[in-house]
Every structure is written in structure tokens, then in C-alpha cells.
Design a protein around this ligand. Structure first.
Ligand code: DSN
Length: 428
């Protein structure tokens, strides 16, 4: 396949080669990234990309869908088994697409919504003013307390005062378990529906290493490419499907089920043709996630994150909330006198890829920030364990203590390349 690409478009071929080399020779610490298996990679690069399949298996608007139906049915059934869900919609092209369809399944334009503050670990689609969520809905935000844990008293106060129609929980830079039962209790008392966005910890939840929101939420949204280690994409899950209590009727005048509402909001509500090659790759990733080894892999992700967090704290770094229960951590750099922006750039030069990130109560803008977010899914996929996490904490410390010293960054870059060469990617 790649020889065709080389011949037809050498510029793209070279960019792919260089990206492959970048992934191989650097340490990937972006908490939302991972490396898919060769089987998932192969399932994405195949002829199902040619097929239009608007609709759902058995009910398509195009002929010739019998084989893509096999792929989508497998993806749906495996997702349901993996998350103990009554229903899975595997068509959302991304986590944001999943969220917009989920919002409009439960509420209307202009309704009140309570979500986590982006600067405290929330996500753009949880009400940022520059995103559809902040533009289409009247947003209210909760955050973490000074201890770095979600302030459930604040959630309750705002919910009971403002009576939002929806609460969305979940985060993209929060390292602790979330008490979904407590969120549901507050949602019920406020008269709100509840969505959990598990884009980040989906793999840990599938492996049952942290609690699942499915028994407590009306809808659960996720991406498939972070801890879950599948292709880039989204999904909506329903723990217990039932007739809706919002008065939404089907054409026969009967109450629609939540799954019917979700399916019609994904297509035709917000999307057209599903990406059938990606759905095939989702099915492969879910099959991999149903194997016993996946649980060991997810356990190692958490152990690695905890080892890295401890090793950094030992060197004087301030980890928000004092550690992690999951795959990620937020490092508050204010006691080191450097910004997230400077840290990200210095680490990049040294071969460690991270992202700058706001920390709770940050006094810097989102373009500068006072912190970095680190995650271990990608390192763990490469086979790295505790001793490598100790080494990596040492690399980070060396670079951040000398963020203007390019010779140290070059030395660390060589050490990083040596370490990476012991854990090659896609080498068979
Ligand atoms: N961009 C993702 C992340 O890095 O967490 C969330 O969408």
C-alpha cells in the first residue's frame, strides 16, 4: 500500500514516514493519545471508506450495505458487552460529535446546563464560550476545591439554585475517580438529566478498574482513541434503555426509547454518512479490549501514572490533588517559576511530547498556562513500566530545571531516543 502512496504523492508519503519516526523516537506523554494495534491500523485503511451507509444496520438509505452492516453490528455488540450497556451508537465521528448529539437528545437550544470549568479540568464541549456548548446553552460551571478534588458542595449548590436541565460530568484533565452516584442524586433533586463524558478514562472503566457511570447516567459519551486504544472516533452508550420521560413520541404516537432518540440525533440529526472503515476499526479495538490482557494493560497504565507522579513529587513537583487514580496527572509548575508554555517547548526540544494545561485557579491565560498534563497510555502501550517511569521523571526534571539550556535538552533527547529504541513501535 505505502509504495502506491510513495509513487502518487511523495510529499504525503514523506510526511507519514517522518511522523512514524517521530512517534518511534520520542516519548509520547499526551494523556489523550495512544498507539493503536496493527490490526486496528489495518482495519482503518481499507475499502469500507468507499461506502455510503446513512442509516443503521438493516435500515440504510443505500444498497450494498450487507458487509458494512456486519462491521457496525459487531462494533455495537462488542461495545455493549465491554461497557455492560443496553445500547451503543458507534457512529459519532468524534467525542465532540457524540456530545452534541447527546445534548440535543436530552435538552433544547437555550436550556441551562451545568458542566465542569475548562480551567479546572473540564472540556471545551462542556460549556466553553468558544464552543457550540457555550453558544447554544446557558452554561453554569463547577470546579475543584483547593485540594484539587471536585467540589461536590458547589455542584449541589449551583444545581439546586439554577435548576439546569442537564448536568454533564467527566473531564479531560482530572486525575481522580468521579462519584457518578452522587452526581445522579444531585441531578434528580435538581430535575436535571445526567451525561458522563468518559472520553479519557473509557479504557479504565471498561477494565472495571475505576467505577462505571453507566448505571447512573441517562447517557454516556466517549472517544474511542484514548485509553481505549481504538481508532480516532466517538460513541454514545446507554446503560439501561427505556421509554423516555420527556414526552418525545415516535411517528406511531408511542414514547420513543432513549436509544431511538440518540440514534436519530446522531443520524440524521448531526451527521451524514458514517465512517464505515473507522467503525470496522472500532469493532477490532473493542474485540481487543474484551481480552483478559486488556485488563493487565489498563492496570499497568494506572501503576505507571502513579509511579511517574510519585517520582515527580519526590523531585519537588506539585501534582494537583497530590496524585492520580487514573492515567493522567496535572503538574502545577508555579513553584518552579516556569509556565506551561515554556515547559512544553523545552520538553519538546528534548524529545518528550506533552501539552501545556491550565491548572485550577491558574493566573495565566490558556495560551501560557501554569501547568503541564502528563499521561501514560502511550508509554504503556510500548511496554514501559516502573523503571522507565523513574527515568522519565528524571528527564523531565533535568529539562525543566534547565529550560533555557539547549545542550542539556540535546543530551536528554539522545537519552530519550536510546530509551525509545528499546521499545520499538510497529516493528513487525
Ligand atoms: N483534546 C482532548 C484532550 O487532549 O484531552 C480532548 O478533546
Amino acid at each position: 500500500m505505502t509504495s502506491h502512496l510513495q509513487h502518487v504523492d511523495p510529499e504525503i508519503f514523506n510526511a507519514v514516514q517522518e511522523e512514524t519516526e517521530r512517534q518511534n523516537a520520542r516519548l509520547e506523554l499526551i494523556a489523550s493519545e495512544n498507539f493503536v494495534s496493527l490490526a486496528v491500523l489495518q482495519a482503518m485503511g481499507q475499502v469500507m471508506t468507499n461506502k455510503y451507509a446513512e442509516g443503521y444496520p438493516g435500515r440504510r438509505y443505500y444498497g450494498g450495505c450487507e458487509f458494512v452492516d456486519v462491521a457496525e453490528n459487531l462494533a455495537r455488540e462488542r461495545a455493549k458487552r465491554l461497557f455492560k450497556a443496553d445500547h451503543a451508537n458507534v457512529q459519532p465521528h468524534s467525542g465532540s460529535q457524540a456530545n452534541i448529539a447527546a445534548y440535543f437528545s436530552l435538552i433544547q437550544y437555550g436550556d441551562k446546563v451545568l458542566g465542569m470549568n475548562l480551567s479546572h479540568g473540564g472540556h471545551l464541549t462542556h460549556g466553553s464560550p468558544v464552543n457550540f456548548s457555550g453558544r447554544f446553552f446557558q452554561m453554569f460551571h463547577y470546579g475543584v476545591g483547593r485540594d484539587g478534588y471536585i467540589d461536590m458542595n458547589q455542584v449541589e449548590d449551583i444545581a439546586l439554585r439554577e435548576k439546569p436541565r442537564l448536568i454533564i460530568t467527566g473531564a479531560s484533565a482530572y486525575a481522580r475517580k468521579i462519584d457518578y452516584a452522587a452526581f445522579r442524586d444531585i441531578a434528580d433533586r435538581a430535575g436535571a438529566k445526567l451525561i458522563a463524558d468518559i472520553a479519557h478514562p473509557a479504557g479504565l472503566i471498561a477494565a472495571e478498574l475505576i467505577p462505571s457511570p453507566l448505571p447512573h447516567c441517562h447517557l454516556v459519551t466517549t472517544t474511542t482513541h484514548k485509553t481505549l486504544r481504538g481508532p480516532r472516533g466517538g460513541m454514545i452508550l446507554i446503560g439501561k434503555d427505556q421509554e423516555n420521560d420527556m414526552g418525545v413520541l415516535n411517528p406511531k404516537g408511542k414514547l420513543k426509547t432513549y436509544s431511538e432518540i440518540v440514534d436519530s440525533n446522531v443520524f440524521p440529526g448531526f451527521q451524514g454518512g458514517p465512517l464505515m472503515h473507522v467503525i470496522a476499526a472500532k469493532a477490532v479495538a473493542f474485540q481487543e479490549a474484551l481480552q483478559p490482557e486488556f485488563i493487565d494493560y489498563q492496570k499497568q497504565i494506572i501503576v505507571n501514572a502513579q509511579t511517574l507522579a510519585k517520582a515527580l513529587m519526590k523531585r519537588g513537583y506539585d501534582i494537583v490533588s497530590g496524585g492520580t487514580d487514573t492515567h493522567l496527572m496535572l503538574v502545577d509548575l508555579r513553584n518552579h517559576g516556569i509556565t506551561g508554555k515554556v515547559a512544553e517547548a523545552a520538553l519538546e526540544r528534548a524529545g518528550l511530547t506533552v501539552n501545556k494545561n491550565m491548572v485550577p485557579f491558574d493566573d495565566q491565560s490558556p495560551f501560557i498556562t501554569s501547568g503541564i498534563r502528563l499521561g501514560t497510555p502511550a508509554l504503556t502501550t510500548r511496554g514501559m513500566k516502573g523503571s522507565e517511569m523513574e527515568m522519565i521523571a528524571g528527564f523531565i526534571d533535568q529539562v525543566l530545571l534547565n529550560s533555557a539550556d539547549e545542550s542539556i535538552q540535546m543530551q536528554v533527547r539522545r537519552d530519550v531516543a536510546d530509551l525509545c529504541s528499546l521499545f520499538p513501535l510497529y516493528n513487525h
